[in-house]
Design a protein around this ligand. Structure first.
Ligand SMILES: NC(=O)c1ccc[n+]([C@@H]2O[C@H](COP(=O)([O-])OP(=O)(O)OC[C@H]3O[C@@H](n4cnc5c(N)ncnc54)[C@H](OP(=O)(O)O)[C@@H]3O)[C@@H](O)[C@H]2O)c1
Length: 294
């Protein structure tokens, strides 16, 4: 069985759908607080619900029994109860230890692009888990992803295309290889059986690198309106990071600095080993704008 930790999330849910469609035996780690509609959706796929929590080592030991592959996408960045240090960092380290102790034969971990180097709790957590995984001796795949289109081109991230208002972090001229969540899910699913993914770190991004200002132009053309664009200068983000008192705010400021810096991923070699059809920003904009007006 493949255990998906983060199965009720955007990425984990998509991974479960794709694995179930392949007829794979899938277990989803869920919590008593998980959204019941998401649990129903997982059950409808034929996925087995397994109780567990990254902050409870005993539950991880139990959940990993008899599991061949663990996939972890879990994070508390968008949670109502964020706990970057307890879950994203310590909890994910515990999962690696529990999987190793239970004799799991492969762990696939979703991380951030290697270009993300800002000293911040979210990025530091990812790198610490990557290191623990590599040192564990357990076969691993680290899927280092660029920024998700679904997360970044949304009103919560300041990209309010329905109201034609956008907040850009920094000057908006540095390019990013934005990637769509279903494409990330497909790389993760392919990693399960593709031997090229064993003991490998995959840097993944979308089909083209575009600056935030270029993305705005694409959305303007799709929506048919000119957007009001504001900028949050990099010096202000640096200051926010310095003054932030909690790890999540420090983590978000770190991500905004990475966005301002840009992150380009060359996909040529990776696509040869993992032939995933990547979604362009233009196609993504057309799809989401059409869906929002229906
Ligand atoms: N956003 C980006 O641009 C970006 C870029 C690269 C990589 N990533 C990474 O991609 C991954 C997936 O993101 P996403 O958007 O799918 O996240 P998401 O929708 O917020 O899902 C988070 C998942 O983590 C689970 N979780 C939270 N606390 C937990 C705990 N204590 N124990 C067990 N599970 C717990 C949640 O379960 P409940 O439903 O029970 O709360 C949920 O299933 C994350 O690791 C993120 O860091 C994101």
């Amino acid at each position: 069985m493949i255990l998906v930790v983060g199965a009720t999330g955007h990425l984990g849910g998509e991974i479960c759908r794709r694995l179930a469609a392949q007829g794979k035996s899938v277990g989803a780690m869920v919590r008593s607080t998980s959204d019941p509609t998401k649990l129903d959706a997982l059950k409808a796929l034929g996925v087995t619900l397994i109780q567990g929590d990254l902050t409870d080592r005993g539950s991880l030991d139990a959940a990993c029994q008899g599991i061949a592959t663990v996939i972890s996408t879990a994070s508390t960045s968008y949670s109502v109860k964020p706990d970057v240090l307890g879950v994203d960092h310590a909890g994910q380290l515990s999962l690696v230890d529990a999987a190793k102790a239970a004799g799991v034969s492969h762990l696939v971990y979703v991380s951030f692009s290697g270009s993300f180097t800002t000293d911040s709790p979210l990025i530091n957590a990812k790198r610490a888990v990557e290191q623990r995984l590599k040192q564990s001796g357990m076969p691993y795949t680290i899927v280092r992803s660029s920024f998700f289109m679904e997360a970044m081109f949304s009103p919560t991230a300041g990209f309010d295309y329905p109201n034609a208002k956008v907040m850009i972090y920094g000057a908006g001229v540095n390019k990013i290889s934005w990637i769509s969540i279903p494409d990330v899910a497909q790389f993760v699913v392919e990693s399960v059986d593709n031997l090229a993914a064993r003991n490998a770190t995959l840097e993944i991004g979308g089909p083209e690198a575009l600056s935030p200002l270029e993305v705005v132009k694409i959305f303007e053309a799709t929506v048919g309106r000119t957007f009001e664009v504001q900028h949050l200068p990099e010096e202000v983000i640096q200051m926010q990071k310095k003054q932030a008192t909690d790890p999540l705010q420090q983590g978000f400021a770190g991500m905004m600095l990475e966005y301002a810096k840009g992150s380009v991923v060359d996909m040529k070699e990776t696509l040869q080993a993992f032939p995933v059809k990547l979604t362009s920003v233009k196609d993504y904009a057309r799809r989401t704008v059409n869906a929002s007006v229906q």
